[in-house]
Write a protein that binds this ligand. Structure first.
Ligand code: 13P
Ligand code: SF4
Length: 314
């Protein structure tokens, strides 16, 4: 289908159906351009909590759609491709987490938003990479904490807060792909460039970085920094927003180990296309559904996250 037709029809249907199109920064450019709102996982959850639309088209991955549905049970939440999953969320099945929690009684369970609704239902408070440090620090220093599923983010929070949270051994296949060797070579080639990284990256990338932050944190940082060049170690969709906000600065995507693949693009996020956005808005399917019992239990830790974030102006 022609792009011009898709854009026109998406505009028409969105108005007619009182729908809102929300997109994560990892979505392809065409989807970002048609979205009413672009954000990171925290901003998408916050936006879902305040939207007046009847239909949310969540252009992101499945757990983001679930989070929106849990926050807005009475709204229809659509996702362009139901198979858009997340390797990190998949690394933590609810049954396995349940067994782990039972094996470590007396721990508070803090889960990254990149988890299924069933995992959130086992969780005391949800975090995103934007608010994780503040939320962990909202607990007493000696609180016993299980943190999952991202071991790299967990390690990073432990190093910043001086805690020893018990970590789930999961990771994101995109953020673990970056090549130390190739990044070191790029730093030599661009000696003025700052290396900036998402905390889902491996520890040696984080240690080498000049700045570490969530998607929103990285975008804000490039705007505020005096530097003109940045080597960016995160999903490459974020560079679209960075370049839009800072047209005169140069952004160099950090290379993955295997240069023959586009491994710094999340293959799940990229399952969504403009055509699928149009089709899901037209046909009102695929729809995200969450079991009512699980949704009820998962809502509490999500609301807790939203409350703590609001108190910290995040
Ligand atoms: P944030 O949007 O919270 O930075 O998370 C990055 C990510 O991997 C989303 O899937
Ligand atoms: Fe999941 Fe990684 Fe893709 Fe984010 S980038 S959705 S953590 S697989």
């Amino acid at each position: 289908m022609e792009k011009a037709f898709l854009i026109q029809e998406i505009g028409r249907l969105r108005k007619e159906k009182n729908a809102v199109i929300m997109a994560h920064y990892y979505q392809e450019r065409d989807i970002q351009e048609v979205a009413d709102f672009i954000g990171d996982s925290l901003a998408l959850a916050q936006q879902a909590a305040k939207t007046r639309a009847d239909i949310i088209v969540l252009c992101g991955v499945h757990f983001m759609g679930e989070t929106a549905k849990i926050i807005c049970p009475d709204k229809k939440v659509l996702i362009p491709d139901l198979k858009a999953g997340c390797s990190l969320a998949d690394s933590c099945p609810a049954e396995a987490l349940k067994a782990f929690v039972e094996a470590h009684p007396g721990h508070t369970v803090i889960s990254y938003v990149n988890t299924s609704a069933a995992v959130k239902a086992l969780t005391d408070v949800v975090v995103t990479s934007t608010n994780a440090v503040q939320i962990v620090n909202s607990f007493p220093k000696d609180e016993k904490i299980i943190f999952g599923p991202d071991r790299n983010l967990g390690n990073y929070i432990n190093s910043l807060t001086g805690r020893q949270m018990l970590l789930w051994n999961g990771a994101c296949h995109v953020h673990e792909q970056f090549s130390l060797e190739k990044i070191v070579a790029l730093k030599k080639q661009y000696p003025q460039a700052e290396l900036i990284a998402h905390p889902e990256c491996k520890q040696y990338i984080i240690e080498l970085s000049d700045f570490v932050g969530s998607t929103a944190g990285l975008i804000k940082h490039v705007q505020n920094s005096q530097s003109q060049q940045f080597i960016v170690a995160t999903e490459s969709g974020v560079l679209i927003e960075m370049q839009r906000r800072c047209p005169d600065k140069q952004f160099i995507p950090a290379p993955p180990e295997d240069s023959s693949c586009a491994c710094n693009e999340c293959s799940y996020m990229r399952m969504n296309t403009l055509e699928k956005v149009y089709l899901c808005l037209r046909d009102e399917t695929p729809e995200i559904t969450v079991d009512a019992g699980i949704a009820k239990k998962a809502l509490r830790p999500i609301e807790r996250m939203l409350d703590i974030s609001a108190k910290n102006n995040l």
